[in-house]
Design a protein. Structure first.
Length: 123
């Protein structure tokens, strides 16, 4: 599992749904991709049931750690939009039994839409 206590997923940028093909093999019945965000090597896939955080490991990148973060376990969440000087936006999620998980997005990401999606599935 990814150690969320020692860092965040940083500088995630919206990407096409191609990265979701690796994650799709883990989907349950009725699960669909909502949006995908990619960092340098790692990526995050939002589905209609949970968030997959994928940590790409090793020199070749063939080894991957898939962490499933179900919306049903979110206790609270926070959305921070980008500003004039600070162009990054942040999403903080508080999971029961896990604690805080933080994702940092580039300024081009639509953090408000992400917050709206999470709100729909959590509330």
């Amino acid at each position: 599992m990814i150690d969320f206590k020692n860092g965040t997923f940083i500088k995630l940028k919206k990407t096409d749904n191609n990265v979701a093909k690796d994650v799709a093999q883990l989907y349950v019945a009725g699960e669909q991709t909502v949006s995908c965000y990619k960092g340098m090597r790692d990526y995050v896939v939002f589905t209609n049931k949970r968030i997959f955080s994928v940590n790409v490991q090793g020199m070749t990148g063939k080894k991957k750690d898939f962490t499933s973060l179900p919306y049903s376990k979110i206790q609270a969440f926070s959305v921070e939009t980008a500003g004039v000087l600070d162009m990054d936006s942040e999403l903080e999620l508080y999971f029961s039994g896990l604690g805080m998980v933080k994702f940092e997005f580039s300024g081009a990401s639509d953090i408000v839409q992400i917050g709206k999606i999470i709100g729909e599935y959590v509330l």
